[in-house]
Design a binder for this molecule. Structure first.
Ligand code: NAP
Length: 228
């Protein structure tokens, strides 16, 4: 069981928090307006709803579930706490970094002053797919993870597996440069082929030999049906 602070109360905060609550983790919600947030709005009962500082204090993992433009200022403001815990950057820079020369997560690491505990993850997993029922091919889409620190990466990989996703280790943090544009392409493909329902996702094929890392979808997981 991990103490996870999710900062933000939007679509990703709802999806990740619901999934991790179901998996038995303690999910704390940090919001700029905690009094306006309730378990009813979120779709699950977090262990705490508080301002971001209070939610972060004592957490082992922080998920920055806010717009990319807010991430670096937020990290600078909360650097003293964030430097000691695993920071999951899920934000997508899109037009803020149109050339993809550096990854959004590298700017997050700059703001923190270290790459050590920053993990880029869930960037190309639409909120509606986080807790989705298994698809016909037995997958909910891979969760790609890029980070420099192996221990931090493993914490996030295990949290992704708790959500019943297969995890792809994409290498060091700077490889998030390769993931950022995949999100833009995913949106384009979703619009073209899926009426922009945002229930699609990426699946890397040919990994049968990976065996243990492939999460077998068991029958009777209907209660994991995506809840939004
Ligand atoms: N939606 C997706 O399918 C998806 C998939 C992968 C990644 N992402 C990324 O995940 C992040 C969140 O996306 P979302 O769709 O969940 O967004 P959203 O529904 O718009 O929610 C964003 C949340 O961020 C918080 N927030 C806004 N401005 C903030 C600030 N200046 N400082 C601190 N918190 C702030 C707000 O929470 P409070 O008002 O309660 O503070 C708000 O609920 C984005 O960076 C997005 O690119 C989204």
């Amino acid at each position: 069981v991990r103490e996870i602070a999710i900062i933000g109360t939007g679509m990703m905060a709802q999806a990740l928090g619901w999934g991790w609550s179901q998996a038995g983790h303690s999910v704390r919600i940090g919001s700029r307006t905690p009094d306006a947030v309730s378990g009813e709005n979120l779709g699950y009962e977090p262990s705490m709803i508080a301002d971001p500082s209070a939610a972060l204090l004592g957490s082992e993992v922080a998920v920055l579930a806010m717009p990319f433009a807010s991430v670096a200022p937020f990290v600078r403001e909360h650097r003293s706490i964030l430097r000691d815990i695993v920071v999951i950057d899920i934000s997508n820079p899109f037009d803020s970094l149109p050339n993809n020369e550096r990854a959004g997560a590298e700017y997050t690491a700059d703001a923190l002053g270290t790459t050590k505990n920053v993990v880029a993850a869930f960037k190309d997993n639409f909120a509606a797919t986080i807790n989705a029922a298994p698809t016909q091919d037995g997958s909910r889409g891979d969760v790609k993870i890029a980070a420099d620190d192996e221990a931090a990466k493993e914490v996030v990989a295990s949290l992704a597996r708790d959500l019943k996703h297969r995890v792809l280790d994409c290498g060091p943090l700077h490889n998030a440069r390769l993931i950022d544009p995949m999100v833009a392409l995913m949106l384009q493909l979703d619009r073209t082929y899926a009426h922009f329902t945002r229930r699609t996702g990426w699946l890397f094929t040919g990994l049968d030999e990976v065996g243990p890392q492939v999460i077998a979808m068991e029958e009777g997981e209907a209660d994991c049906e995506q809840h939004q």
